[in-house]
Design a binder for this molecule. Structure first.
Ligand SMILES: [Zn+2]
Length: 142
């Protein structure tokens, strides 16, 4: 999923793609090139995002425990039942670790580890959006 314009037209982008596949260069360089591609692919550098920095970027997710809809901000990873709790507050633009998040992780991780099903996939997606699958998320628990 490339951005609509920009990196895919530039030579460094092609260099990155080539480097990530080139068997003749070191693994470290390849890994670095792949990391750059993943970051761009993730939309972290999306230049079309003109929303103010203090605005939550909200995604609707299916909460696998009871199949209700919850709302999560992709930046600060807050996850709430009522979307007004996000639209009515400012986004700190960084993940904030709380006991509430730990509780969410404790619910989602076992569900995501189950055999593939609608519930398992919903749990996996929620973990992904909430940034709870990333290495180190646990370590941020103060
Ligand atoms: Zn936010």
């Amino acid at each position: 999923m490339l951005p609509a314009k920009g990196p895919n037209e530039s030579s460094w982008w092609k260099d990155c793609v080539r480097a990530s596949k080139n068997a003749d260069i070191s693994d470290d360089l390849k890994k670095g090139a792949r990391t750059v591609l993943e970051i761009i692919d993730s939309g972290a550098f999306r230049t079309t995002d003109t929303a103010a920095d203090s605005t939550h970027q909200i995604e609707a997710i299916v909460w696998p425990a009871n199949f209700t809809v919850r709302f999560a901000c992709v930046h600060c990873k807050r996850c709430v039942n009522n979307i007004r709790r996000l639209t009515g507050s400012q986004c700190p633009r960084k993940m904030v670790w709380t006991k509430f998040r730990k509780g969410q992780r404790d619910i989602l991780v076992p569900l995501a580890a189950q055999a593939p099903s609608a519930r398992q996939r919903a749990a996996s997606r929620a973990l992904d959006i909430l940034g709870l699958q990333q290495d180190g998320a646990v370590d941020q628990n103060p």
